[in-house]
Design a protein around this ligand. Structure first.
Ligand code: IMO
Ligand code: MG
Length: 428
């Protein structure tokens, strides 16, 4: 801290929420800067499990301000359902604690309908999106014709006009391209004007709020969603999400300059998972993959889909360190590997007889790569009770050290369980 970005260094679901929650204990502000309700950030506190989709995980902490930045695409249905759920569970997530950027774009019902229709029409070429309207909402933002920002929603006349303009085009797409049902503009207007009044007291210029917090020396955590390999520029395009999930996205998506950032933590599992389609060089399609999926209960928090599992890929870790300028890694889910006798680390790829050290940007090249593995003896001992680095079995320490070496990035945090205290600060 003071300004720390926590982001995914793999394909999402790395355990970012657990790390944000752990570090958030002494953060005054936590901000989401990209993505939307495609995120499923799970935190376990005592016997309670919270899954955040729109709100930053900081919501659990009574002293933390929660900010939804300008780079987020905001799904108001999901957002208010989340606020209601948290309120029922005794958390204060009202005015004065939750702030929403006036510049964030709103995910509309037609974005979800188009996301689902487009995916269905692609057959085996589908991206495997979460169906939350993310791509279509960002498309409207970038396209500049029909995007609806929070500030537009709060201006009733302007909203009506923009919505009617948008729906004319969206219904044509839905009915004529996708053979789907049209949506009722007047119904959407009625529903969203109700949302607008509920949203109004939370809306502000969050860039001003965040920069003022930093000026006052407050600690601000930037909570990434998805992961580096899902970044629209640096990920495994086109099997990516529609935002910049990498460190630069934290600055543009929060309205904070890069010179203000002190620390960038890449969260990475001790193995790898991916949900959705697209390349995954170290994927395990055998019993070993099934075993890791069961040990780790690797099923999606947003869609419930089974996650694909594979070995830790250092080629990817190096790429992630490079594009994000990581200052350190948080290594999660170490405990899941406690019973695995032999582990594998992918050190580089082999391509046409040559060794490739850098992750290739071209998916056709990636397809031809085979991982080069190094076998590492498993520690075969429980790590869940470890609270200091020295509590870890020697072989587990060796695994961490090898990951640091291969990734060329220091591991500063290790998670050995879902609970907040099951976390090791390496240099303590
Ligand atoms: P968190 O924040 C894992 C994946 C989808 C799909 C691709 C595009 O919980 O780590 P989208 O709906 O964004 O257009 O889908 O991205 N994806 C995620 N995978 N964790 C996530 O979020 C994800 N959000 C999107 O599965 O492959
Ligand atoms: Mg998730």
């Amino acid at each position: 801290m003071p300004a720390t970005i926590v982001l995914g260094a793999q394909w999402g679901d790395e355990g970012k929420a657990k790390i944000v929650d752990f570090l958030g204990a002494d953060a005054e502000v936590v901000v989401r800067f990209q993505g939307g309700a495609n995120a499923g950030h799970t935190v376990k506190v005592d016997d309670q499990t919270y899954i955040f989709h729109a709100l930053p995980v900081g919501g659990i902490n009574p002293n933390t301000l929660c900010v939804v930045g300008n780079g987020v695409v905001l799904d108001l249905e999901s957002f208010f359902a989340e606020l209601d759920d948290l309120t029922e569970r005794g958390l204060d997530v009202g005015e004065g604690r939750v702030f929403v950027s006036n510049c964030a774009h709103v995910v509309m019902p037609y974005h979800k309908a188009l996301d689902q229709a487009a995916e269905a029409s692609k057959g085996s070429g589908a991206i495997g999106t979460t169906g939350r309207g993310i791509g279509p909402a960002y498309r409207d933002k970038i396209d500049r014709t029909h995007g609806i920002r929070v500030m537009d929603l709060l201006d009733t006349e302007r909203f009506r006009d923009r919505l009617r303009g948008a729906i004319a085009e969206k219904n044509q797409l839905l009915t004529q391209i996708y053979d789907a049902e049209p949506l009722d503009a007047e119904q959407i207007i009625r529903d969203y004007l109700v949302f607008a009044e509920r949203l109004r007291p939370l809306v502000t210029d969050t860039s001003v709020l965040l920069n003022e917090a930093l000026d006052e020396g407050k600690r601000v955590l930037f909570e990434g969603a998805q992961g580096t390999l899902l970044d629209v520029d640096h990920g495994t395009y086109p099997y990516v999400t529609s935002s910049n999930t990498t460190a630069g996205g934290a600055c543009s998506g929060a309205g904070v300059g890069p010179t203000r950032i002190d620390e960038i933590i890449g969260v990475t599992k001790a193995y790898m998972t991916r949900v959705g389609n697209g390349p995954f060089p170290t994927e395990l399609l055998d019993d070993e993959g099934e075993r890791i999926r069961e040990l780790g209960q690797e099923y999606g928090a947003t869609t419930g889909r089974a996650r694909r599992c594979g070995w830790f890929d250092a080629t990817i870790a190096r790429m992630s360190s490079r594009v994000n300028g990581l200052t350190n890694l948080a290594l999660t889910r170490m405990d899941i590997l406690d019973t695995v006798e032999t582990l594998k680390l992918c050190t580089a790829y082999r391509l046409d007889g040559e060794v490739l050290e850098e992750f290739p940007a071209d998916p056709r090249v990636l397809d031809k790569c085979t991982p080069i593995y190094e076998e590492v003896e498993g520690w075969c001992a429980p790590t869940t009770e470890a609270r200091h680095y020295d509590d870890l079995p020697d072989k587990a320490k060796a695994y961490v050290a090898r990951i640091e070496d291969l990734s060329r990035t220091k591991v500063s945090l290790i998670s050995v369980g879902a609970q907040r205290d099951a976390t090791i600060r390496v240099d303590e």
